[in-house]
Design a protein around this ligand. Structure first.
Ligand code: GLU
Length: 500
């Protein structure tokens, strides 16, 4: 059997460490077996997917040194590699499923489904589709479709019995069919759901080994029904344990940055990050922790993947990186540092900011410290301001961070417009509004122009500095965050600016 693996990132945000981790394992597994590795873009969530996110994900993987044999940018014999370009394939397959009775059309409205769900929850039942549209007659279906009623396609699921399957890391897994919902396969907007699209694409792209995060284990029974309905073969299954924060919680940006770009921005070397990811949940036969991609490739064996949760510890990563940095010879060190400094044109952009504020070159370093390096550590007293209570400052920092996350283009004018609209909504003076932001970004109340500074340090570092400032001011409890989110959502959105 020829080995083919894949990752299938959804382009709905910054390039995630988890994508790189799963990508690395897929890449080395394919290489170790002389196989091919595919990148497929799962952009079926129209509202949340963006081309900018796709570009950023591919660029981050490339930066790390993970390459792929087939993908949206390099093409290949099994394209298209973006799900949004494969809609006709899903429609054809959905028709087949309906014709063979493996799936059915469902006209239930979101209101009715919410009602059913509420009733099931209050009766302490597992919420699931109640089967109302299972046995509609063909005449009724035709009439309702002709009347333009909205519908979805759902998967039929056996009422009883057990689904059993084999995971290469976990052995046999059994799930009673009763616990499996009649999954929507095609949404009313004509797009497939993950379950439908991933299953079809994995088959058509010849994926032999499905190596993905364990959060997808629960989708296997649905996939098995689809595979059987089409009379295909299930790929081998390998569900990798989820990466966790050092405190055991699921890796999420609430605790530590999860964007690959953040680590790139702060000057982590790609080979060090890749090596560190390689040590999460996998180990070399001789247990040494420093190894190259080639070495990992030649030693790789799935059996050495641990099923206990791997921990991503940014402190350990720094330490790891330090070992890589110290091992560079002095010429390479200078070259790598210079390359990092001038990435994304940062030096030119900084120069444009400081030139008019400079009499002699010695003036430059103290102005740009927070742009070319980490900013000074903050103390709560730094935020003292008679016109601005701490709670208000926390609110500004939280609101700003939330809208920055969704800002389409990370550029000075968009950042400025986003802050200005929010400031107006809060009916504040712009100068007061900006106070905690100056501190968060530069470590002082006055610095080089704020929005240019944010553009230079990048979105991920900006968000991290805002979060650090929030912590410095005492943090925001979960309860407060919930109520702030409500206020924020009622006021927003602030990030829909596209400045020409
Ligand atoms: N689009 C899914 C994700 O973003 C892919 C899951 C899979 O690998 O099947 O995680």
């Amino acid at each position: 059997m020829s080995v083919r693996t894949r990752i299938a990132p959804s382009p709905t945000g910054a390039p995630h460490l988890g994508t790189a981790y799963v990508g690395l394992i897929n890449r080395v597994f394919a290489d170790a077996r002389g196989g091919a590795f595919v990148v497929r873009i799962e952009d079926t969530d129209q509202a949340r997917s963006s081309r900018a996110s796709e570009v950023a994900i591919l660029e981050a993987l490339r930066w790390l040194g993970i390459s792929w044999d087939e993908g949206p940018d390099v093409g290949g014999p099994h394209g298209a590699y973006r799900q949004s370009e494969r809609l006709d394939i899903y429609h054809r397959h959905a028709d087949d499923l309906i014709n063979t009775g493996a799936a059915f059309r469902c006209f239930c409205t979101p209101e009715r489904l919410a009602e059913v769900r509420r009733a099931q929850i209050s009766a302490r039942e597992t919420p699931r589709y109640d089967g109302r549209c299972l046995d509609l007659s063909q005449d009724e279906i035709d009439a309702r479709l002709a009347a333009g009623e909205k519908s979805v396609v759902r998967l039929k699921v056996p009422e009883e019995g057990i689904c059993s399957f084999e995971d290469q890391l976990r052995g046999e897994i059994q799930v009673p069919w009763m616990q499996v919902d009649m999954q929507v396969l095609m949404k009313s907007d004509g797009f497939p759901t993950y379950h439908m699209a991933a299953c079809i694409d994995d088959h058509l792209m010849g994926i032999s080994h499905l190596i993905r995060g364990e959060e997808w284990l629960s989708s296997v029974p649905k996939q098995q029904l689809l595979v059987n309905a089409f009379d295909w073969q299930m790929p081998r299954l390998v569900h990798l344990p989820l990466i966790r924060n050092p405190d055991g919680s699921k890796l999420s940006k609430r605790r530590n940055p999860t964007s690959i770009d953040y680590y790139r921005r702060i000057g982590i070397l790609p080979e060090a990050l890749l090596n560190y990811l390689g040590t999460l949940g996998w180990s070399m036969p001789d247990e040494r922790d420093i190894f190259s991609l080639d070495e990992m490739r030649s030693a790789f064996d799935l059996a050495r993947i641990k099923t206990s949760a791997p921990v991503f510890d940014p402190v350990k990563l720094r330490n790891f990186n330090g070992r890589y940095v110290r091992a560079l010879d002095s010429e390479a060190f200078v070259a790598r540092y210079a390359a990092w400094l001038s990435e994304s044109d940062a030096l030119a952009r900084i120069a444009a900011l400081v030139q008019e504020r400079t009499e002699a070159f010695e003036d430059i370093a103290r102005q740009v410290d927070y742009l070319v390096g980490s900013r000074a550590t903050l103390n709560p007293e730094d935020f003292d301001n008679p016109r601005l209570e701490t709670d208000r400052q926390l609110e500004i920092l939280a609101f700003v961070s939330w809208s920055f996350e969704g800002l389409e283009r990370w550029q000075r004018d968009e950042i400025h417009a986003c802050c200005k609209t929010m400031c107006d909504a809060l009916e504040m003076k712009f100068r007061d509004f900006l106070w905690p932001l100056f501190l968060a970004i530069s470590g002082r109340p006055v610095s080089l122009p704020l929005f240019d500074s944010m553009a230079v340090i990048g979105r991920d570092v900006t968000l991290m500095r805002c979060r650090d400032a929030i912590e410095c001011l005492g943090g925001i409890s979960k309860k407060r965050e919930k109520s702030l989110r409500k206020v924020f959502e009622a006021m927003g959105p602030f990030n829909r600016h596209s400045v020409q």
